[in-house]
Design a protein around this ligand. Sequence first.
Ligand SMILES: [Zn+2]
Length: 400
Amino acid sequence: MKMQLRKGNRDLIKEINRSLVIEQVRSIGQISRTDLAKKTGLGLSTITNIVEGLIKERIIYEVGSGFSNGGRRPVFLKFNEEAGAVIGVKVEPKKVIFALTDLDIKIILKSEIPLDPEVSNEQLLKLIIREIEALKAHLRTEQHLYGIGIAISGLVDRSKNTLKYSPILNWENYDFSPLESYFKIPVFVDNDANVFTLAHMWSGKWKEYNHFIGVTFGVGTGAGIVVNKELYRGSFGGSGEFGHIVIQREGTLCYCGQRGCLEMYASDDYLIQETKNLVQLGLSEKFKSSESITIQDIYVAAQQGDKNVQQLLVKQGENLGIGLKSIVNLLNPEAIIIGGEGTKGMPHVGIGIKKEIAFNFFSKHEQKLNVHMSDLGDDVWLVGACALVLDDKFKAPIYQ
Ligand SMILES: [Zn+2]
């Protein structure tokens, strides 16, 4: 996917300045025209013009300060998060989750429909359309739906809004582009790890980072890479396949065709298989039989104090840490934000991760790498799916 810079002309300058103003009002919350001019470096007359247009579009509105010291009462500008709405969708193996949010990604409504894993592309689209129509009925007449964002696991071709292949869902070439022609609004599809990472660029405690890595693990393993406040997507959108960094030469054969992929040493399947091995060797205190051990059983055993199972979770963390260290050395991020179902194995997994990444190429530098757990809870995927829409709507319009 070639990103081409737009030609510089008056229209582009206007659009950039407009997005600068929206960004400032959004992030500061309440600001006067004078302060907006100072913050953006734009002239007061330019600010006045842009603000006038944005007030007409209802993207921002004026509020009085409530005080006056004799002179003119200062007027502040606020971002109107209720001017529009966004729908986020998360497709999982057994269900599809939906959220209707405002432009600040505050969830207004959430819903969920069960999913037959054998569902066809056509049936899936019908289900999604039916549910989105139901959510749309809750929009106020003046509330414009800006777009639909869809989070899904697997390899996504963003230019065609198609899921090329998902080992977790066992689907190939599921096309979501008919949603765009049906609803006549922009639709964006992206993989779970990118969506998770984007959520943290738009919401939560760590929005200020310019360079960070979002990492998710559980059934699969993935990463999203943020460089200069922008999600790095690679040549066709496939970046961040963190689970397929090779950490073991001549290691376990992965479904991708390589041997020794990190995912083979860090996913739920790895934990289940290794726990079964422990049980067969008589080394687990909690499990008596290696039959039908689930990932939830493993977390419970660790919480109940099964030392060998706890050690296994630490080992999983170390394996993740080895992979993370490679990304850190390559990209020199400010932070790593960790999430996904696998975090149920904390604190043991975290011990392993921290142990491995404590020493990296940059350890001697005074600026230390920050490691955080996601603060967005189970809604992180829906928040990120909605962020797909806003990221396109409000980003600096410098590319064609
Ligand atoms: Zn692989």
